[in-house]
Ligand binder design. Sequence first.
Ligand code: FES
Ligand code: FES
Length: 165
Amino acid sequence: MMNLEKSIVLNGRKVALHTEHRSSLGDFVRECGTHSVHLACEHGVCGACNVMVGSRCVRSCLTLAHSCEGESITTLEGLQDDLAQRLRTAFNAHHALQCGFCTPGMFMSAYELLNSGEALDETRVREHLAGNICRCTGYQGIVEAVLSVARSHPITTSSGSGVQP
Ligand code: FES
Ligand code: FES
């Protein structure tokens, strides 16, 4: 059944939830034109579909679009702050992508981790990114990119600095 009254905010723009109640968030945001969201396994294993719901990175293939009513959804297209720009630069510098299929979901996970302000080392970065599969197996460059952002400009929040000494 269609519902034109409910809405979400997608990359800063209010969008009516003009979709079936059983539709996934991943299908919905792709229908809205945000094609950086990749749907691959569609059962929560690969992380290619990750998006931000508020400050949380979630599997959009496992999330019902209607459960996000009133929430702010951010995809790779909408991540334009300083942290995202630094992470983009680092992905390029460290050759953190090959075919690029996993990259948007990987980027969302990495952004969530850096944005949390928690202390980071290689083990912690690998642990956090373990939910993202890269079929090109380019993990080393991705981890180095994340660590380089944390090291070059520690993220300081109420919960601490972004890199362990
Ligand atoms: S498509 Fe959602 S986790 Fe793989
Ligand atoms: S860069 Fe190809 S799947 Fe990760």
